[in-house]
Design a protein around this ligand. Sequence first.
Ligand code: 4SX
Ligand code: FE2
Length: 348
Amino acid sequence: MNNPPDVIRAGYAELIVTDLEQARWFYCDVLGLVVTAEDDDALYLRAYQEYLHHSLVLRQGDEPALARLAYRVRSPREVDAAERYFTELGVPTRRVPEGTTRGIGEAVRIQDPLGFPVEFFYHALHTERLTQHYHMHRANALARIDHFNVVVPDVAAARDYYTSLGFGVSETIEDSDDNVYAAWLFRKQTVHDIALTGGDGPRLHHIAFATNERSQILHTCDMLGALQREHHIERGPGRHGVSNAFYLYLRDPDGHRIEVYTSDYYTGDPDNPTIRWDVHDNRRRSFWGHEVATSWYAEASTVLDLDGRPVPTTEPPHRESVVSVGADGFGVITEDGVTQGVKLGHQV
Ligand code: 4SX
Ligand code: FE2
């Protein structure tokens, strides 16, 4: 078997949005991403510390969807390695010439074994890094892309796929029967580049951007309140149990979920221990015990195959939203609208 490509980190994502001007309002005016370039049908955006051409592409389309997740690899040779590896693995694999995505060099695109459209690239146009252009920063300035989170019906199988690509597992949510409900995996030296959430999949759960300070996250909330656009806030702000990060989840005008994230921890040593959370530990998803919004478990974005067709989804065998306990000690209302009758600390 050929070696897998040497992935450095989550690089960029391309989302299909139905109204580019609404999307510009959300991503540029509210979140403060910077426009590197634009075409008639697309915006290429980056955060203040980023010097590559973009970390997010928004492309106009008829239905909201994820068009692509892209990982940056260590060298151009690793793009070739990706082509060899995924061809041998037997998944749809295409080499695309420079400029197929504006600003990105020659790349390899696959539909991965989990069903997601994934690209591996090295070359990208460099732009100005705006780290110290403080006069341009908004009070909620996003620093850089941090991670992708995807919904998959079989988290254990998806975790095994990503570990076979050389990703480390930083944290998991499990039960005493070894069911895995969620997993966090990394190449860069933080908690994750990709998280796996159990549910109907393949779907995109969210894309996360890092800020330097949590005050920036609070400012985003204040701004949305002031603009009477508070309905874009879905979950948080709060402190994650998993990852220890301070977080906020927003929904964009098409329903795509964006997380703003700060202050996770270093994972770069070779023996970095995996933290395993019990699915009944009420602090796992909110360290302060707040209940997770039902929509956060249930809703996610459709993903497209390499020809732009929606990928059908499969149901998971177990749902975390059904077995978990709300912060108040009452059951969480499940996707079926049924309240599970459980007491705090008791297993269902
Ligand atoms: O909800 S969790 O606290 O498990 C969580 C969700 C932790 C880190 C993340 O990035 C995330 O999206
Ligand atoms: Fe996240």
